[in-house]
Design a protein around this ligand. Structure first.
Ligand code: AMP
Length: 283
């Protein structure tokens, strides 16, 4: 039986009980509207822990006022059914008032320079909102393990750094991106796409694959690979917000002549959606 918990006090009581029994607890933080990508995280959590908690919370702190917080898809009943099939123990779905009883959190957790890279350029407050809510969730759920998707590579890297800098007793695991047959990364925001936009969005993955193939053939010129990605997107009528090649561990821009390990990352507006994806080049 999957238990629905919506208060912090009940969540804490459950976690304390699990820990007293000696159970390893894994947490999968989400914003709901679950798809197979989220479920891959849950399956990984299941492998690592006796008890699995999935949080569902559309965190206002990580949305700017003009972004899609109010229209973000919310489908708790469907999500509960999918998570019951995965034998999740607890779904923690607090209200905004429960998480932010004073209306806001004056305290922010900020992984400074990393939060300003890549998506942080156009979403300057986003990652502080993410790290603040994830820190709160870690304090509330007290997991031994937390599982995140590599689709949001920047988020995963920032959370790893937060956990290291602030000594959270949590092991952070990353799970490879789950994709549609076209290669399009599964995302709750794909629901915003019309059928035609959905089809065009397949070019995002194709652009990454083309660049990776060129890299594997020996191309090490950063800007030529970036141009190739831009050209592939352009053919599909897409204009990226950014195409960047960065160090996968620090998110700092790679030099013009690429090293043996690099991360190619893109953000692409498609219709009403802003989609992100990434691919490791080299090791
Ligand atoms: P979200 O609900 O979008 O905040 O995502 C919750 C978690 O699921 C994050 O750790 C995401 O990186 C992860 N996730 C989202 N989409 C995918 C996907 N297609 N493959 C793997 N993980 C994903």
């Amino acid at each position: 039986m999957t238990q629905l918990v919506d208060t912090i006090s009940e969540m804490r009581r459950w976690s304390q009980g699990a820990r007293q029994r000696g159970d390893v607890v894994a947490l999968v933080p989400t914003m709901g509207a679950l798809h197979r990508g989220h479920l891959a995280l849950v399956k990984r959590a299941r492998q690592e822990a006796q008890r699995v908690v999935v949080s569902i919370f559309v965190n206002p702190l990580q949305f700017a006022p003009h972004e899609d917080w109010d229209r973000y898809p919310r489908q708790l009943a469907n999500d509960m059914a999918a998570l019951a099939d995965e034998q999740v123990d607890v779904v923690f779905a607090p209200s905004v008032e429960e998480m932010y009883p004073q209306g806001d959190s004056l305290t922010r957790v900020s992984v400074a320079s990393m939060a300003g890279a890549l998506c942080g350029r156009t979403r300057p407050t986003h990652f502080d909102g993410v790290t603040t809510v994830v820190a709160k969730l870690f304090h509330i759920v007290q997991p031994d393990v937390a599982v995140f998707g590599e689709k949001d590579w920047q988020q995963l890297t920032i959370i790893r750094r937060m956990v290291s800098d602030l000594n959270f007793p949590v092991t952070v695991l990353g799970v490879p991106t789950v994709r549609e047959p076209s290669g399009l990364a599964l995302s709750s925001r794909n629901q915003y796409l019309s059928p035609e936009e959905h089809q065009r969005a397949g070019a995002i993955y194709q652009s990454l694959v083309r660049a990776k193939e060129r890299y594997q053939q020996g191309e090490r010129h950063r800007d030529r690979l970036i141009d190739l990605v831009r050209a592939t997107l352009h053919e599909a009528g897409l204009t990226p917000e950014y195409v960047e090649i960065v160090d996968p561990g620090t998110l700092e821009a790679c030099p013009a002549s690429l090293p043996s390990s690099a991360l190619l990352a893109v953000a692409v507006p498609v219709g009403r959606a802003r989609l992100i994806d990434n691919m490791l080049l080299g090791q």
